[in-house]
Design a protein around this ligand. Structure first.
Ligand SMILES: [Zn+2]
Length: 454
């Protein structure tokens, strides 16, 4: 956190819209002043185009190291479930040092992509034999250390994983490192709060993994542990999961959750891919955030979220990088929109009428990310001093102004157009490169070579 810093933008996206000659002063990591139509002062850094930093509401950082290792087709159809077997084998070998190095790499890449906060849906808790470490939040502490090294804001979501499948199916050996009783989970959440305490503005929420991994009594028992923090859950990502839930309870996952828990603004339902029209309307009304991860959902063959009906119902949503197979904010927003175009045979599907699609996507993801991660966002007084500077010299931005900047960034330029990223009033990325990139890559590479040699 920088004690005091300031920047002057030729133009910037404020909560009320685009403004010219915007001066922002940050003090102790928060925005202390936003002035439009202001002259630059000598002490100001300079930026062409300013955007608020966005929250990445769903990440499993360690999976970054698996990217590209699951592209070999097995016998029969590959699926989410065969991918999951490979993930379990991979996760079985990771040490705390490995996890810290891999997470630091993922977080450096997130900051470079324009994400200034991450929701880490963290389920790798115990040693390879399933025994907790001396500090039950040892792995959470490594996540916190990685976030600190990369400078990204952290909302840590320790995961509660109680069983292998619906109806009390016993967990398999591949799940041993994730499991807790409800009592052990309460201790883990406490230890997680201690683990993030060195970070300036970390948050801790809770994350019952999914309805398949958490039985109803245990879900009710752990919900009060959230305190003021958010509640995240994976839900209805796969058709088989929906069928298993129906066989177990007679209800679909989203339907079951809405009937059995007080789902409200504090909740983030991750994926929610497979919903009926009724579930979609009810989830939209609940105030919960739908956590959409379009790149991972495409990679895993999950399906398409019913975004048109959900938006029509006023539903909140944000984006996450989930498996981190690729880390790129513009990719997530573009793929979300393109999936809907391919399905509905129309254009600018997720735009409000009379408005730019890029601006509509960006505004929604900013608001949803902030709500899901329990931290305000946006270039306004009191919000974290987190912003992204776009490079006006990028060819895709030539001659662009106002919302056309966002349409060009998301659909034409992508991450390449990001010049700088500031977080907590500190410049972390210059010319598209994080200042910790070289050191982080060296550590990451050493871990990947070690794992490849095992
Ligand atoms: Zn996930």
């Amino acid at each position: 956190v920088e004690p005091k810093s300031s920047i002057h933008f030729a133009s910037a996206l404020l909560p009320a819209g685009w403004a010219d000659d915007v001066r922002i002063v940050a003090e102790s990591g928060r925005i202390a002043l936003v002035e439009a139509g202001a002259a630059a002062r000598p002490e100001d850094a300079r930026g062409a185009i300013g955007l608020p930093g966005l929250g990445n509401l769903h990440s499993h950082a360690f999976q970054r190291a698996m990217a590209g290792l699951t592209g070999h087709r097995g016998t029969g159809d590959d699926s989410f479930w065969t991918w999951r077997e490979l993930m379990y084998r991979f996760v079985g070998r990771l040490t705390p040092d490995d996890v810290e190095a891999i997470a630091a790499m993922a977080y450096v890449e997130m900051v470079e992509a324009g994400y200034t906060r991450v929701g880490e849906f963290h389920y790798l808790h115990h040693g390879p034999d399933g025994h907790p470490y001396d500090n039950p939040a040892e792995m959470g502490a490594r996540i916190a250390a990685a976030a600190e090294a990369a400078g990204i804001g952290l909302t840590l979501l320790p995961v509660f994983y109680a069983q292998g499948g619906f109806g009390g199916v016993a967990a398999g050996a591949g799940q041993a490192r994730f499991l807790s009783s409800a009592d052990a989970y309460a201790r883990l959440v406490e230890a997680s709060r201690r683990a993030v305490s060195p970070l300036a503005d970390a948050r801790v929420g809770i994350a019952p993994h999914s309805l398949r991994a958490v039985p109803p009594e245990a879900l009710a028992a752990v919900l009060p542990l959230a305190g003021e923090g958010p509640v995240h859950i994976h839900i209805a990502e796969q058709v088989r999961e929906v069928l298993d839930c129906l066989a177990w309870s007679g209800q679909r996952p989203v339907e079951w959750l809405l009937d059995h828990a007080q789902v409200d603004e504090r909740w983030c339902l991750v994926h929610a891919t497979h919903m009926t029209a009724d579930e979609t309307a009810r989830l939209a009304r609940s105030g919960a955030v739908a956590g959409l991860c379009p790149v991972t959902e495409a990679d895993l063959g999950d399906g398409l979220f019913p975004a048109v009906a959900y938006r029509a119902g006023g539903g909140a949503w944000g984006v996450g990088t989930d498996s981190n197979v690729a880390i790129d904010l513009a990719d997530e927003l573009r793929l979300l929109e393109y999936g809907q175009r391919l399905q509905h045979h129309t254009r600018n599907v997720l735009a409000d009428e009379g408005r730019s699609v890029g601006r509509s996507l960006f505004d929604a993801a900013l608001a949803g990310g902030a709500r899901a991660l329990g931290m305000p966002a946006g270039l306004e007084q009191g919000a974290p001093a987190d912003w992204v500077t776009l490079d006006q010299d990028h060819p895709a931005l030539a001659g662009r102004a106002g919302d056309a900047i966002l349409d060009s960034f998301i659909f034409a330029a992508g991450r390449e157009a990001i010049a700088e990223v500031w977080r907590s009033g500190r410049r972390l990325v210059t010319d598209g490169r994080h200042r910790e990139r070289d050191r982080t890559v060296a550590r990451f590479r050493a871990v990947l070579h070690k794992l490849a040699a095992e």
